[in-house]
Ligand binder design. Sequence first.
Ligand SMILES: Nc1ncnc2c1ncn2[C@@H]1O[C@H](COP(=O)(O)OP(=O)(O)OP(=O)(O)O)[C@@H](O)[C@H]1O
Ligand SMILES: [Mg+2]
Length: 450
Amino acid sequence: MFIFARIHDADISYNNVKKLTQIQYEFFKADGSVLRNSPEIILEKDFQQYISTRLGSIEADIVVLKGQERVFETRVLSIIELERCLEKTGDNLFKNIVEIQGKTYMVKVIPVNFNNGESGKIVLLAPTVNDWMTTEKLLIFSGMTFVISFIITNIAIIFIFSKKVISPLGKLQIAAGKISEGNLDFEIIEDGDAQIRELCRSFEKMRLKLVEASYTQKKYDDSRKMLFSSISHDLKTPITSIKGYVEGILDGVANTPQKVEKYLKTVHSKAVHMDRMIDDLLLYSRLDMNKVSFNIEKTDVLKYFEDCIYEIDIELEKSNIKIKLHNELQGKRYIMIDRDQVRRVVINIIDNSRKYMDKQQGKIDIFLREATSNVIIELMDNGAGISESDLPHIFDRFYRADSARDTRKGSGLGLAIAKQIIEGHEGKIWAVSRKDEGTSVMISLKKYEE
Ligand SMILES: Nc1ncnc2c1ncn2[C@@H]1O[C@H](COP(=O)(O)OP(=O)(O)OP(=O)(O)O)[C@@H](O)[C@H]1O
Ligand SMILES: [Mg+2]
């Protein structure tokens, strides 16, 4: 309204509104009270004085007609002006507008009856505050204001909504499309409203999970391929030689009982090797699928390793390897392990030390140490060592250093199985090695504390 008033150069101050209300009030009072009931009072000087002052304060005027005669007037109107005023008999003050000497007035005509039976009319005149302030215009104006502000608000909301919701959703849709096409590298950037950001975040998490899953899948696929080629290769070799030796016997190449026996022994050893390989493979795949349940027992570390060494000592002596246990534990220490499975780990590691021993006098030292909450077992040999490039891979399944591949029997599963078993005990296994100097395999297991 303020802006509208400015545009129309109209004065819509508080005072004007107040004046308008006051005029209406005065008119109404004049209409409803004294004047209508006992119009004679207007003929009294005192009352004339009073009403002049009252109306004067709002610049209003009064003309009283008794019959055709003007008995009181605060403003002298011409006959034509008076006639024009008398035509305005309606109740809506805003419609009873009359122009008198260039100024506009609202007119109220009140019919009255004097005591002597004569009828008369009281004409009240008040200057219009502003003619645009009529009810209709006000309604139209309010309506327009409403519509315009409604449209503006709508546009604003649509703009904000599109910026915060629609466009981020569009981006999300594009990303989802790309992902569904298999393009998992399409990063989803958080944008827009809080909830949309949350949605984007979940989507991004999902994408990362998918990336991870596809990576794992690929890894599994690769390892399955590798498994096939390794198995076929590793089984093919002993089978070929078994076939060769058996054919040798059948064809009569082994023509003495000694030769036959030698051939059969070779066939037997190859078959034993194959049998072991298949066992390893089965064990590994069972461990890999978490199908091996551990039979955990509280075990005295020192005693357990003493027993282990006792079992393999004689075997190692044959290969000219000395094994020694060094106990650096501060007292009796216990670990929770599946004894048979951990024995397999120890045997696998010592078997490697034996297999890859290239020194005249082989040495294996086992150190038992402890940290705050772990027992650390180090199995150190003075064998061929592992090159820096092979070291990170020796715990991978089927991994064999090239030098080992050429010369020693094996499937590359020994350390992979060891790792599975130790990790199944929530422990850690790692190796340090120097080419030509030797290898240390470390195992860390949680101490049992009462
Ligand atoms: N003590 C060691 N000294 C030298 N090289 C080693 C030693 N231990 C492991 N390696 C290397 O790590 C590779 C992986 O060892 P792992 O025991 O898993 O397989 P493997 O001994 O070849 O076969 P398997 O144990 O199944 O008969 C070996 O091929 C060898 O190259
Ligand atoms: Mg091995």
